[in-house]
Design a protein around this ligand. Structure first.
Ligand SMILES: Nc1cc(-c2ccc3cc[nH]c3c2)n[nH]1
Length: 242
């Protein structure tokens, strides 16, 4: 199995070279490439982030930098990679997922930071390869690196000859509340994909409503159990807060 990780903190992935995972590399059960996202910037500041459309806290990772990085790292070979994007709003990662991915010849992990990666990067990549936005649990990390390390470990340990002993049973993740919706930053149109108009409207009530609707739609599609777990009162209360 080939594993590539794209990150602004390549040293965060040094644990991959240690212990069990280091052995798997030595025994050539896996080959690992760690890539610094800033290698695909072209400005003197090596900027990878910008302000979010629609306002709100923090910064969003720029689509153009990510687009170039993924174009190069995932450049067409005999096999197509699975792109894994760790995110708090992703589908829950569990043992079943680890087993499924352990059959893959090539995994690429896109580690975000700040408030996340511009949604259009994921939408664009999905036209060329399988893409999975994945959460390792309903708590928020500072970036995707730790999540990537966690998932890589869960997958690599399943490969033949990496672990001596048989594996234990699956685990499910817990969940509560709604997932966040997509985020966007400049440019206004990227690879013919415009930012949703409402986020440029300056109408904060409409923006809040739109974000809530996106969160509901995404939760409905990715974590329906979160909705059934929320009582009618909880949903109404959250709406009144808008
Ligand atoms: N399960 C889980 C993933 C994350 C995560 C993943 C990527 C980023 C990028 C910025 N903050 C992040 C947090 N937190 N918790």
């Amino acid at each position: 199995m080939r594993i590539d990780v794209i990150t602004i903190f390549p040293d965060y992935l040094n644990p991959l070279r240690e212990a069990l995972l280091g052995k798997a590399i030595e025994r050539e059960r896996i080959s690992v490439g760690v890539h610094d996202l800033r290698d695909w910037t072209h400005d003197v500041h090596r900027a990878v982030d910008d302000s979010p459309y629609g306002g709100g806290p923090g910064m969003v990772m720029k689509p153009d930098v990510w687009g170039e990085a993924l174009d190069e790292v995932c450049a067409a070979q005999e096999v197509t990679p699975r792109l894994v994007v760790p995110a708090p709003a992703g589908r829950p990662f569990d043992q079943k997922t680890a087993v499924r991915w352990s059959q893959d010849p090539w995994l690429v992990f896109a580690c975000g930071r700040y408030e996340g990666i511009d949604q259009r990067v994921i939408d664009d990549a999905a036209t060329r390869m399988p893409v999975e936005e994945v959460s390792i649990g309903d708590y928020v990390l500072v970036g995707g690196e730790v999540a990537a390390l966690t998932m890589i470990e869960a997958v690599v340990r399943l490969l033949p000859g990496v672990l001596g002993n048989p594996l234990s049973a699956e685990q499910d993740s817990f969940s509560d509340g709604l997932l966040e919706g997509p985020c966007y930053t400049r440019p206004e149109v990227w690879r013919e994909r415009p930012v949703p108009d409402v986020l440029r409207s300056g109408n904060h009530a409409a923006i809040a409503r739109w974000r809530r609707d996106q969160a509901l739609e995404r939760t409905y599609h990715r974590r329906p159990e979160l909705l059934s777990a929320l009582s009618e009162g909880d949903l109404d209360k959250a709406d009144r807060k808008q």
